[in-house]
Write a protein that binds this ligand. Structure first.
Ligand code: TYD
Length: 133
């Protein structure tokens, strides 16, 4: 089974342009407690390199693109996030890395929990230990 679970956000377009609505428990498969976005990423910079114990997220590039790598300790898969209508569900206990940000990339992330540093696993070795125990 693929690690890559996408959610399609139907664009509510008319002659003026497009609009996407994101709703808790509807287009986003959990109650949203936090929203953040990553932008102005410098050339050659990669981000992420962590997993979360509890937190679930949906990531969508509202502008530009970046490459998302997901790893559950058994499989490692990657995908381009390159559409404002394509969200990627990132489950808890999933290692993530983001690479190859375009200069204009704005990566919007919807999160199921408030920010908590205690929820992070920042060492890949610890992550592997925890998913295999
Ligand atoms: P981090 O999650 O490490 O970024 P990334 O995985 O995208 O590389 O977060 C970077 C910094 O921002 C870190 O010091 C924690 C802080 N931060 C918050 O204070 N609140 C938040 O909601 C997020 C996502 C990060």
């Amino acid at each position: 089974m693929s690690l890559l679970e996408f959610v399609d956000f139907p664009p509510l377009g008319d002659e003026r342009g497009s609009l996407v609505a994101l709703e808790s428990d509807k287009t986003v498969p959990f109650p949203i407690k936090r929203v953040y976005y990553i932008f102005g990423t410098q050339p050659g910079v990669s981000r992420g390199f962590h997993a979360h114990k509890k937190l679930k997220q949906v990531a969508v590039c509202v502008t530009g693109k970046c490459k998302m790598v997901l790893d559950n300790g058994k499989q490692r898969e990657e995908t381009w996030l390159d559409s404002p209508t394509k969200g990627l569900v990132i489950d808890n206990m999933t290692w993530r890395e983001m690479h190859d940000f375009s200069e204009d990339c704005v990566l919007l992330v919807l999160a199921s929990e408030h920010y908590s540093e205690e929820d992070y696993i920042r060492s890949y070795d610890d992550f592997i230990r925890q998913v295999t125990e």
